[in-house]
Design a protein around this ligand. Sequence first.
Ligand SMILES: C[S@@+](CC[C@H](N)C(=O)[O-])C[C@H]1O[C@@H](n2cnc3c(N)ncnc32)[C@H](O)[C@@H]1O
Length: 243
Amino acid sequence: MSAAPIPEVGARAGREGAHADAARGMFGRIAPTYDTLNRLMSAGVDRRWRLRAIAELSSAPPGPVLDLCAGTLDLTALVACARPGDRLVAADFSPAMLDAGRHKAPRAETVVADATKLPFGAGEFGAVVCGFGMRNLASTEAGAREVLRVLRPGGVFVTLELFRPERLVTRAFHRAYARVVLPTIGGWLSGDRGAYQYLARSMAGFVTRREYEVLLARVGFGRVSGFDLTFGVASIVRAEVRT
Ligand SMILES: C[S@@+](CC[C@H](N)C(=O)[O-])C[C@H]1O[C@@H](n2cnc3c(N)ncnc32)[C@H](O)[C@@H]1O
């Protein structure tokens, strides 16, 4: 399958439109196999990570919750159970990803939108969760600023992400997994080896968890804190909007 190459994380400035088009196309192509591959390639551990991320929302004020870069709505479905009374919005710029997962959280509103230009009002949400989405944005900082804008004072932003690992052992594991397992199994099952090569490179080229925490503080979030899961393979960062 031919596709436009997706710019590396560090080479997206000035090419935001091209990056967004290429990334949207790629997620559209892998949407039908995304869930199967996720479960297979994380050996089911991703579900535990997701539950841990949702637990971090428990201290968020009541009110609407946004699942940003919602993909096939795995996190949305968990939020739907955790916060049965709250309005729930799943936003993603790939209609194919949303279509593949809409059945998991029927009560959620699904919105096709770019995370760096959200069609929501200032202070519309009490909480935002973003799973494995921030490293795909044309600009992480622009995405973080949008989250800050749409959250109300006291609102909570939880990021679940595969940051560039700091620990040598985890980095070696990441590299081997990313270079061999992801493109081989991902390419074989999805028929799009390039997409899984991109996903692998996007981890290595992204910021570390600590760098991301500094970025969130710089754009204006307060009480930023994070911790690692599974020896730093994945991490969670929680931040609040100052009151
Ligand atoms: C790796 S998937 C993660 C999906 C889901 N959150 C999960 O936990 O499985 C990344 C998602 O981010 C979406 N995405 C990437 N860039 C985006 C952007 N600029 N605006 C909105 N969605 C974006 C993709 O379409 C894709 O569905």
